[in-house]
Design a protein around this ligand. Sequence first.
Ligand code: PGA
Length: 249
Amino acid sequence: MARRKIIAGNWKMNMTPSEAVELINTLKPLVATEDADVVFCVPAIDIIPAMEAAKGSNINIGAENMYFEEKGAYTGEISPAMLTDVGVKYVIIGHSERREYFAETDETVNKKVLKAFEHGITPIICCGESLTQREQGVTIDWIRQQIKIAFLNVTADQAKTAVIAYEPIWAIGTGKVATTEQAQEVCAAIRACIKEIYDEATAEAIRIQYGGSVSAASAPELFAQPDIDGGLVGGAALKPDFGKIVNYK
Ligand code: PGA
């Protein structure tokens, strides 16, 4: 069975709640499609107004982060129940910016992934290598390690529903998109790693996105690769161009 594409926007720390409503109203007709899942991962404070604005459309509203505890003395964090209470079904976990600026590790990523599944939220699990790692030829080893730790104690049934975003750090926000070959090579290696951890059926079911300077120009070729099931899009998700990315065919 062919995997359904999933195209997600990562708004990062952009858009006030009123700007969010305006952007969703602009993008709503442009991202209409029956061929792919469309997700807008927005800042926590934008989630509720974004949900309202997206009502009746094919846009799913997701979160950019979530904590791995149920509740309590964790000032500033958002709990899984806070997300599910308002209908959030997707959450980005372990984005490289969270790893770089907010000290997230493969271990905290794993805790968050387990917690997301416990609450029925689909994690969009990020992995990716630095430029140094790529130049030193350790990309695949590095990504395999990230994946193996992220999926520790995750069942095959859960893994089948997960989304992995392969995002080479050197391609994020730089305008330097990975070549189609580079992106496909790593996404295929991720699928092989999932097959090793679980089995063929799980590897065939899991969806793997490419992220890093995806644009309307680069999306068609990237998304046509056998192991690339869509994209995680930053900068271009804030523009009408996102409509072209979603309707890349
Ligand atoms: P970019 O960001 O598309 O602006 O490179 C992608 C991401 O960080 O998810």
